[in-house]
Ligand binder design. Sequence first.
Ligand code: PLP
Length: 389
Amino acid sequence: MKKHSGVKDSDTLKFGQLVREKKQKGEKIISLGLGEPNFNTPSPVIESTYEALRAGWTRYSDPLGLEELRDLIRNKLKAENNIETSKENIAVTPGAKNALFLTLMALLEPFDEVITISPCYVSYVPQIKLAEPNAVIKNVDLTKNDFSINWTQLEEKICEKTKAILLNFPHNPTGKMISIKELQRLIDIIGKENCYIISDEIYEKLNFSGFLHNSIGSFTNIKDRVITINGFSKAFAMTGWRIGYLVANSDIIKIVSKLQQHINTNTCTFVQKGACTTFLMDLNFLNTFNDQLKKNASFMLKVFGSNEKIHLTPPQGGLFSFLNISKTGMTSSEFRGELLIKKGVVVTPGIAFGKNWDDHVRITLGVDENEFQEGIRLIDEFTKEISGV
Ligand code: PLP
């Protein structure tokens, strides 16, 4: 039981269940809470998966993944991320989440320190605790005015015991992206320490502000200490398929391979075949989706811009925006509960992403335009109706 202590159920998943139950009862709910795109997996991926099944791709694969897929990933990393690697350094895993967990299991030893950027994806802290119950977690905050990294805090917290820093840009939950200059600054700060950077880039293709996505694995001087994590869930609406990957140096990959053999054996073989198609197909649907995200973000900025009770820092990429509700005088859980009861709208409380973020709520941008606009108008109404601080 030791490994479970202090690890809670995923709040976002639990709330998703509550919403599904309300919908089943016929209540109108506008969900701006969940973390998946609102389009279906592209049909070429579905078709090639059917074909793979018919052709007998139903057996075990290499624990690290099909060579064909790892070749395609290697080419993608070079062309899109400027990351030079080989297929031997890539492990295909059941989801980016699993890639992250295998990485943490491979790296962490008792009393290692891990730096997370707060707010952060709800599974980071539980995964660190599960991978190594005696790991020490240190938070570095994003600043409340524009969600950039608090560099002073980072310099204070990084030390010789720091084993890894967990990065995630485009960022869940704020929608912040990171510039080359900021990555360089990070590299300069960690330069003296021998720590790893785990860079979760699952939202890289959801980018609607013109801000370029930058991968820290492309910096050759630090490349061997970077583990890049990515997957298919968000860009290709494949959240239920469970496939992702990681790129790491040969020593780490050797450990990941061992863990994979004994935990997952391999990622579902015909799903791997389907994922190959994502590298070969027309990606125009992504422009459509990014246009939708951009439209929703602009609408929200316009509506909330004239509301004194709330403040929104413009999101740059990813699937989310993070709304400052401090002037409502409510905690983020109170806000979520009242909003659901009074207006039938679901958002995710900021407290789920870090203890200092109880004055924010997360709003998903990947929602049908009409539904999104109705939800935003209702949030606007709701906040104007409360008396606040
Ligand atoms: N990383 C981040 C930052 C996420 O927000 C999510 C899902 O919400 C994941 C990883 C999980 O991705 P996957 O579905 O590929 O496991």
